[in-house]
Design a protein around this ligand. Structure first.
Ligand SMILES: [Zn+2]
Length: 100
């Protein structure tokens, strides 16, 4: 599966950028493998990951984008949000294996 340069989530288009650790630290202020800039409509993914890890991270950030779009991030604790996003990402990975 080709890695997308953009994704449209609930009608909002996000650029998807594969970036260095340094760029991710500049965006998030900490070490991470991915980040969502919701207002900037950009998803950042660490380029040094394997392709499967890049997709897992993309799906995780997509789940964050869904949460932010519908306002779930406003009523969920950060810890629960992370658990929900990681669970959704793993579910998307399982689905992607079926539709490949
Ligand atoms: Zn997260």
């Amino acid at each position: 599966m080709r890695f997308p340069k953009s994704v449209t989530i609930l009608g909002r288009k996000f650029a998807v950028k594969l970036v260095t650790t340094e760029k991710l630290i500049a965006v998030t202020g900490q070490r991470s493998v991915g980040a969502l800039d919701f207002s900037g409509k950009t998803i950042y993914i660490l380029k040094d990951l394997s392709r499967d890890e890049q997709f897992l991270t993309l799906y995780h950030e997509v789940a964050h984008a869904v949460q932010s779009t519908v306002g779930l991030d406003q009523i969920t604790s950060p810890e629960l949000a992370e658990i929900w996003c990681e669970s959704m990402a793993n579910g998307f990975m399982d689905l992607a294996k079926i539709v490949r």
